[in-house]
Design a protein around this ligand. Structure first.
Ligand code: PEP
Ligand code: MN
Length: 246
């Protein structure tokens, strides 16, 4: 979610809507790593206050990105989980600061834009070796030659990482595909591949979003995905028979 003049009310309304749709965590970017310096950079500390207010209102734990080592303690005061984004996956001082942080918030480490599995796991190791064992890996697509999608969603990494590490793996089909019409299908595929969770970009009016509108879904679409995932999870746990094929 990205907003500025759209006002605090919009974040709070969206937070309530995603909670009603079945979300278990709220992610919002207060400090946003934008490719261009002229793009909306996030609300900074004011954004952290808004997220804390949204948590108060909804009871949803909050996850937000930290971009600099010196900001880890500040962001950790507001966030329940720290996000380290793709562009910073190998920012070693940042990884160490998140690992050493006094508040020991879990860290969601997004896969670097062109990172190998090995590089990603070693980046996670920096956080763990510095003293924080609670790292969540987030596959968000890797750079490819094909412009039809924003990135190439590497779902193979999910079962592979389950062999290589005990760390939980979640998937971000929004940044991976960059196209909202692909998000429901790739959400199902991610869970079928073994993902422990999904992170989905939601906006009440995606066409007016200040960033990433093309990949944002509405709260109603989120609700449909959550319901599908609940059914799929039951099927995968063999609690519900698969429909027989004639
Ligand atoms: C984000 O989660 O908003 C983000 C910038 O993602 P990524 O680091 O995967 O590009
Ligand atoms: Mn984004």
């Amino acid at each position: 979610m990205c907003r500025r003049e759209q006002g605090p009310d919009q974040l709070l309304t969206t937070a309530q809507a995603v909670k009603a749709a079945g979300a278990q965590l709220l992610r919002g970017g207060a400090f946003k790593p934008r490719t261009s310096p002229y793009q909306f950079q996030g609300l900074g500390v004011e954004g952290l206050h808004l997220l804390a207010e949204a948590r108060e209102l909804t009871g949803l734990p909050v996850i937000t990105e930290v971009m600099e080592p010196d900001m880890v303690e500040t962001v950790a005061q507001y966030a329940d989980i720290l996000q380290i984004g793709s562009r910073n996956m190998q920012n070693f001082p940042l990884l160490l600061a998140a690992g050493r942080s006094r508040l020991q918030r879990p860290v969601m480490l997004k896969r670097g834009i062109s990172a190998t599995i090995e590089e990603w796991l070693l980046a996670a190791e920096y956080i763990v070796a510095a003293g924080n064992p609670n790292v969540i890996l987030c596959e968000r697509g890797i750079r490819s030659f094909d412009q039809h999608t924003r990135n190439l969603l590497d779902l193979t990494c999910v079962p592979l990482l389950q062999e290589l590490t005990h760390l939980p793996v979640i998937v971000d089909p929004s940044h991976a595909t960059g196209r909202r019409e692909l998000v429901p299908t790739m959400s199902r595929a991610s869970i079928a591949a073994g993902a422990a969770g999904l992170i989905l970009e939601v906006h009440p009016d995606p066409t007016s979003a200040l960033c990433d509108g093309r990949q944002s879904i509405t709260p109603e679409q989120l609700q449909a995905i959550v319901q599908e995932i609940q059914l799929l999870t039951q099927v995968l746990a063999h609690k519900m028979p698969l429909p027989s094929v004639a």
